[in-house]
Structures are given as structure tokens and as C-alpha cells.
Ligand binder design. Structure first.
Ligand SMILES: [Zn+2]
Length: 152
């Protein structure tokens, strides 16, 4: 399977398209019938909806398709981890740099993490603490969020 790393950087997919991608990433090569059955089960979607989403994902070059008898086979063109990293980076890129730490802490509070995940995070944080700045400044305005604080 050829994974197109370049495409992941600009991949912008909707919430519904994510659901389709998760199926194809998990199954690898999958045919339209499988994908349609799983999404009917999991999301209650009609086959026309799934067909539309698959078409969009092919157009966005997230999936490639080929005909096999009378079925269509779909294969991911972007790697799952790359797409997840790129989506979370894009999201956090929109946030105030001063507030990302708290936002991340809130997020961690809500997530289900394994003991191994937590051990990795602890090691990563211990390493990051060595070079971390005392504070992170707001980057929302040219002069920072201090203006807002003084007014409050
Ligand atoms: Zn800010």
C-alpha cells in the first residue's frame, strides 16, 4: 500500500468523513458493501450517504478506489496517524498559546488513556520540563492578551 505523506498536511475532512476514514483505516482495503454495512450499523446512515462521503474522500485524495467485479474497493491514501496529528495540530494552532496548556490538561482529564500511554506522557513531560519557559505569552493580539486582563 502506498501512503501519500504529502496529502496529509492539507487534508481537511468533515466529521462524517472521519467516520468513513476510520473504517477504511481499520480494515485496510475495503469494499463499498462492507463500509456501507458498518456505517449503517454504527451511525444509522443510508447507503446513498456513504456513497456520497466515499466520493468526496476520493476527490480529496484521502482514498483511492478501483472496481473489482461489481464492487468498489477503497484504499487509504493517507496514514491514520498522520491525519490525526495534522488535525490536532491544526486545532491547537488556532488556540491562544497561553491557554493551550490548560486546554490540553482539560482534554487529558476527559480522555481514556492506558497505563502505558500515561507512562509515555510522564516521560515526555519530564523531558519537556527541562527546557520549558517559566510562562507562555498570549499570541492573540500583536501586544498580547494583557490588554484584556487590564480591562477586566
Ligand atoms: Zn491569547
Amino acid at each position: 500500500m502506498v501512503i501519500n505523506m504529502e496529502a496529509t498536511v492539507k487534508l481537511e475532512i468533515s466529521d462524517a468523513e472521519w467516520e468513513v476514514m476510520r473504517i477504511v483505516w481499520t480494515l485496510g482495503e475495503s469494499n463499498s458493501r462492507q463500509i456501507t454495512e458498518i456505517l449503517a450499523d454504527k451511525m444509522g446512515w443510508k447507503s446513498a450517504t456513504v456513497k456520497t462521503l466515499l466520493g468526496r474522500l476520493v476527490k480529496k485524495q484521502a482514498l483511492t478506489t478501483r472496481k473489482d467485479g461489481n464492487a468498489f474497493i477503497y484504499t487509504p491514501l493517507v496514514a491514520e496517524q498522520d491525519a490525526m496529528d495534522s488535525a490536532t495540530r491544526a486545532l491547537f494552532g488556532h488556540l491562544c498559546q497561553m491557554k493551550v496548556g490548560q486546554t490540553l490538561a482539560d482534554l487529558i482529564d476527559d480522555l481514556t488513556l492506558s497505563k502505558a500511554n500515561i507512562a509515555d506522557l510522564q516521560a515526555q513531560l519530564a523531558e519537556k520540563a527541562k527546557t520549558a519557559p517559566e510562562t507562555v505569552a498570549c499570541d492573540c493580539l500583536p501586544d498580547g492578551c494583557d490588554v484584556m486582563k487590564q480591562e477586566a
